[in-house]
Design a protein around this ligand. Structure first.
Ligand SMILES: *[C@@H]1O[C@H](CO)[C@@H](O)[C@H](O)[C@H]1NC(C)=O
Ligand SMILES: *[C@@H]1O[C@H](CO)[C@@H](O)[C@H](O)[C@H]1NC(C)=O
Ligand SMILES: *[C@@H]1O[C@H](CO)[C@@H](O)[C@H](O)[C@H]1NC(C)=O
Ligand SMILES: *[C@@H]1O[C@H](CO)[C@@H](O)[C@H](O)[C@H]1NC(C)=O
Ligand SMILES: *[C@@H]1O[C@H](CO)[C@@H](O)[C@H](O)[C@H]1NC(C)=O
Ligand SMILES: *[C@@H]1O[C@H](CO)[C@@H](O)[C@H](O)[C@H]1NC(C)=O
Length: 319
């Protein structure tokens, strides 16, 4: 709730800032008589990058007739030449800079994240008159250097917080680190774009960034998720298949327990049948095998017994 007004303010303030900055830039460029065309140079950390200047010395002349200043952000001299000699160097660019003596391109190798930013090339032509030197500005042009440092391949982790037969509550995290500049993080969920709840971490605006995106998903079926990190026109992405958990095990238990009870009933019935049969058959067999051995008297007794027995069996069978 408290976030909303802030979120509403921030973009408008940013837009205003951007507009002012653009306005100042346009004013500056127009006032200097240059077209509103920004020169850019791009390079990855560790590479050799050339910043183009605004003047090429004709073959009839030499660097001795010029003063050349390469500045960073209008405040810091990177490299300066006067009358063909190096007059200024910058400790931070120690041994990493080189000037092309024809087209005045400033080469930086290897470039660092700290080299990122706006530069300016200022060229003066010198006229030597008796005892004095008369400088004339030939050109003064900005160049922006965009340094890129690769991010690690994004890694995605998924943690199932709770799950039911219909859906899984999954917390997904996508992270990537060590790149520059501040990246964009985007996501695609089954062809539809999703917005990550992102956090960027960096020691300063000109240090490598770490980025982490979080998403809370309600997974109702197997879902494919892609996480993409974009920076200076480069992109890295990773995909993950979020499998719907098969947590419908509980409803499937009752049928299996039914089977158990049904089979145990069958077994009990069978055992009962067997015990009953065991009670009946031995006596019956015995009564028959005993018959020939016994006398007539006994025979009568026996027949009475069998009558009793058959009575019993008829009782049991009626059960
Ligand atoms: C300047 O000269 C170098 C070497 O000849 C070349 O690589 C570079 O592209 C040139 N730059 C411009 C802006 O002409
Ligand atoms: C770098 O510059 C220093 C002096 O500023 C010099 O002593 C050293 O040899 C240079 N290193 C290389 C690799 O050119
Ligand atoms: C450029 O210089 C201004 C002050 O002169 C500073 O506030 C700003 O942060 C600098 N920008 C970069 C990219 O170094
Ligand atoms: C995503 O889109 C492509 C083409 O637009 C389609 O072929 C594919 O089936 C879609 N996938 C899903 C999961 O909707
Ligand atoms: C960025 O992540 C890397 C690797 O996980 C870690 O070593 C580094 O300290 C992190 N940087 C910041 C500024 O948090
Ligand atoms: C997840 O989605 C299902 C179906 O769309 C819904 O019934 C359920 O309430 C949702 N769960 C949560 C936690 O949003």
């Amino acid at each position: 709730m408290a976030r909303r007004p802030q979120a509403g303010l921030a973009p408008s303030r940013l837009a205003l800032k951007r507009w002012l900055w653009l306005g100042l830039l346009v004013f500056r460029l127009v006032s200097l008589g240059y077209a509103v065309e920004k020169k850019v140079a791009k390079g990855k950390v560790g590479e050799k990058v050339g910043l183009p200047c605004c003047h090429e010395i004709p073959s009839t002349e030499s660097l001795r007739n010029y003063r050349v200043y390469w500045q960073k952000n209008t405040t810091e001299v990177v490299l300066a030449y006067a009358e063909g000699k190096k007059i200024s160097e910058n400790e931070r660019y120690d041994n990493r800079t080189e000037l092309n003596t024809r087209n005045l391109t400033l080469w930086i190798s290897p470039v660092e994240i700290l080299d990122n930013g706006p530069y300016q090339c200022v060229v003066q032509h010198l006229k030597f008159l008796q005892n004095s030197v008369v400088p004339r500005i030939v050109c003064d042009e900005p160049v922006t250097l965009f340094i890129t440092a690769d991010f690690s391949e994004p890694s995605i982790t998924a943690e199932v917080r709770s799950s039911s037969c219909e859906s899984d509550d999954v917390v997904v995290r996508c992270s990537s680190h060590g790149g520059f500049p501040k990246p964009k993080i985007s996501g695609v969920l089954n062809n539809a774009s999703v917005v990550w709840n992102a956090i960027w971490v960096s020691e300063s605006s000109i240090s490598p960034y770490n980025v982490t995106g979080n998403l809370w998903l309600n997974v109702t079926e197997d879902t494919s998720l892609t996480c993409s990190i974009e920076y200076n026109g480069f992109a890295k992405s990773t995909s993950l298949l979020l499998k719907k958990r098969n947590d419908c095990v509980l409803p499937t238990i009752p049928p299996s327990s039914n089977v158990i009870t049904a089979s145990s009933i069958i077994i009990i019935v069978f055992l009962l049948a067997v015990t009953l049969a065991a009670k009946f058959i031995p006596r019956h067999v015995c009564s028959q095998c005993c018959m020939p051995q016994d006398s007539e008297e006994e025979d009568v007794k026996e027949s009475m017994k069998t009558a009793e027995l058959s009575k019993v069996t008829s009782e049991t069978s009626s059960v």
